[in-house]
Design a protein around this ligand. Sequence first.
Ligand code: HEC
Ligand code: HEC
Ligand code: HEC
Ligand code: HEC
Ligand code: HEC
Ligand code: HEC
Length: 232
Amino acid sequence: MTKSPIILGAVFCLSTSLFIAANSLASDEYDEDTYGPENPIVWNSPVKAAFSHKFHTMEVELECSSCHDELFEMEEGAATANEDFTMAAFKEGKYCGSCHNGDDAFDSSTQCESCHFPPTEKIVFNEPVKTVVFSHDIHVGREELSCESCHKDVFVMEQGHVADSELASSDDPAVKREYLEALHTKFCGTCHDSSQAFGYLTRCTVCHIGVKGYSEMQGGDAKQDAHGKSGH
Ligand code: HEC
Ligand code: HEC
Ligand code: HEC
Ligand code: HEC
Ligand code: HEC
Ligand code: HEC
């Protein structure tokens, strides 16, 4: 059927009353007493995560009592006040993990993207040396890698975790050297090994964009920054 505006208009006229009924059901009459709060619950710290009542009650048809008050209080932020509101506790069957265990619902140690969000800004490593950039857009969007391919074993889902590690700030030269090696072999290098992706021993400047590249990325005037001192 051709969806010309004229035909759509006619269909709309014929079914106006149906239309209005369906519409009000969809939004106006969402009943928070029946389904819980309409807006998603969002946690911003330490990692942004979201929970939808609508999905769990309207779609999955869970009763309020399957979560309240045994797993969660009816108060946004209450769980955050507990120290054990963590992925590790989910794995032990607490909170979301009471169902997200792979039997009753998908396992919380998979599908990170169902509950979390990849950063849209590039991540910049400035320690110990400027400047390596990492883009979620490229790795998740273009290359279609799953969150778990990095966040299960290689990287913690927290910016600065690698740079802030004790190894990075160690005074022991042997520890420090090991850390610098690990930056390439254990972290980015788990894929950048010349088979899954270009190797860390090649094309240094694709990752190490240097002062000039950083300035360009910021939309600044590269010439001034590059002046005198060459990028790493
Ligand atoms: C699958 C689990 C689950 C189900 C089912 C569920 N809730 Fe919740 N509810 C939560 C979570 C998680 C929170 C946030 C708790 C926190 O932040 O500590 C919450 C919070 C709330 C809050 C407080 C929100 C605020 O803005 O302060 C209300 C009210 C609430 N739920 C009502 C309901 C009602 C009514 C139902 C049944 C229709 C229901 N819930 C079913 C998990 C659930
Ligand atoms: C079913 C939803 C859900 C899934 C799936 C999920 N998370 Fe979480 N995650 C949460 C919630 C809720 C929190 C607690 C609130 C917060 O920290 O913002 C959390 C917290 C975290 C934290 C904070 C610190 C900690 O250790 O708890 C990290 C890191 C994290 N998640 C990483 C991951 C990774 C990596 C994956 C995939 C392997 C994942 N999450 C999958 C819901 C989920
Ligand atoms: C009482 C059981 C129960 C609890 C507790 C629970 N969930 Fe779920 N959840 C389900 C079921 C059942 C599904 C649907 C089956 C599936 O997707 O595996 C689901 C699906 C989801 C989905 C997928 C939604 C979609 O659009 O496909 C997300 C995201 C989610 N849950 C997040 C959470 C978070 C975050 C928590 C903790 C704050 C949580 N759930 C706690 C039972 C639960
Ligand atoms: C190819 C590897 C890779 C993949 C795939 C990946 N990430 Fe990341 N992610 C990183 C690195 C590297 C960091 C920074 C870690 C550090 O600085 O120690 C990071 C950090 C994060 C952070 C913390 C941001 C901040 O500002 O603190 C979040 C949130 C995150 N990732 C979410 C995701 C989600 C969600 C997915 C899947 C949709 C995903 N990531 C997929 C490598 C990856
Ligand atoms: C889970 C595997 C994986 C990890 C870990 C990983 N990458 Fe990648 N990366 C890829 C793949 C796959 C490509 C695309 C193939 C290629 O370019 O060789 C890619 C491409 C790139 C590119 C080229 C982007 C472009 O413009 O084409 C850069 C830069 C890059 N990665 C940097 C990093 C940095 C920095 C880290 C560590 C913080 C890292 N990657 C960790 C898999 C990974
Ligand atoms: C896949 C991305 C990637 C590639 C390719 C790569 N590196 Fe790195 N490198 C990193 C990351 C991430 C760091 C840590 C962050 C930082 O120092 O800015 C780092 C840190 C370093 C450091 C810091 C330690 C110091 O003393 O300055 C040196 C040196 C270094 N890389 C040299 C190289 C050389 C030489 C090459 C090419 C043979 C190379 N890297 C290729 C990602 C990469």
